[in-house]
Design a protein around this ligand. Structure first.
Ligand code: G1P
Length: 297
């Protein structure tokens, strides 16, 4: 099996109900951290890892995502005529090569495993990545790139992994570790959304995957699992003990759960502070805010 990963699946069909009313008319993937939509962070990470084919699994009401990756000739012309070259370059950086993005519909919200399975014909018989746009990861070396580098050594299936508090296990897929090799772990079991008592470890799956096409075969016959949904975790778990196996990579970087309001706000603050054009004004504001709150206590 080849070890070069060139295709990535972005399951973007979710309704985003946690962000209503905003998501009544905009896809949650278009919501912005500072001034870039969540989907842009995911695409940039994929491109940095060498991905050249981007498969969006969408649903009704997501056409703004298609428009976002189209050219914007009127905007470009306006910026050009005003001599705003920096902004023009930033805009052009978001342009995608024609034919690089494919959109596939998931007609029913049957779970993450089902969403990935919807892309099976476009993936074909090669390894592929999956990126969940809710998980935004700030890292010196982008997370998927770290995984691609590790995968070139190991082959098999690989998931991003991170330690979480026991009471949070029920929000994640959780790994049962056979062998701890440092940043890499060899997996002997995976449980989707276990209770704190059932969780086999505190190592949770974060939304980055490199998978073999066998996982798609497994999804062909997959029954509903946790939450009554067809789970990607269950299809990956079937590969444990097979020829390829499953690895977890403790990535280097900070992950923000942008699927929750608190996580989204934390990411907004962190990304705002890391921006050279904003950091001074923003950190002064935050310091003043903290001081005035302390004084009021
Ligand atoms: C999904 C996966 C879960 C994983 C999580 C990471 O869950 O099913 O295994 O740990 O993403 O964010 P979701 O957050 O879609 O419920």
């Amino acid at each position: 099996m080849q070890r070069k990963v060139t295709k990535a699946v972005f399951p973007v069909a979710g309704l985003g109900t946690r962000f209503l009313p905003a998501t009544k008319s905009i896809p949650k993937e278009i919501m912005t951290l500072v001034d870039r939509p969540l989907i842009q962070y995911a695409i940039d990470e994929a491109r940095a890892a060498g991905i050249t084919e981007f498969i969006f699994v969408t649903s009704r009401g997501k056409s703004a995502l298609e428009d976002y990756f189209d050219l914007a000739p009127e905007l470009e012309a306006a910026l050009h005529s005003k001599g705003k070259t920096e902004m023009l370059e930033m805009l052009r950086d978001t342009n995608m090569e024609s034919g690089a993005i494919a959109h596939i519909r998931q007609h029913k919200a049957l779970g993450l495993g089902h969403a990935v399975w919807c892309a099976r014909r476009l993936i074909g018989n090669e390894p592929f990545a999956v990126i969940l746009t809710d998980d935004v990861i700030a890292a010196e070396t982008p997370c998927l790139q770290q995984m691609v580098e590790a995968y070139e050594e190991t082959g098999g299936n690989m998931v991003a992994a991170m330690e979480v508090a026991p009471e949070k296990a029920s929000s994640y897929g959780v790994l049962d570790v056979a062998e701890d090799l440092g940043s890499l772990v060899k997996v002997r079991g995976m449980v989707e959304k276990p209770s704190a008592e059932e969780a086999p470890s505190n190592l949770a799956v974060i939304g980055r995957y490199i998978l073999t096409p066998k996982v798609l075969d497994n999804l062909n016959n997959m029954k509903a699992g946790a939450g009554g949904e067809i789970q990607l975790t269950d299809a990956i778990a079937q590969e444990i003990g097979g020829d390829d196996g499953v690895y977890g990579l403790r990535f280097r970087g900070q992950r923000f759960d942008c699927g929750s309001k608190a996580g989204f706000l934390q990411a907004t603050v962190a990304f705002g502070l890391s921006r050279p054009d904003l950091s001074e004004e923003f950190s002064t504001y935050l310091n003043e805010l903290v001081s005035s709150q302390k004084a009021a206590q």
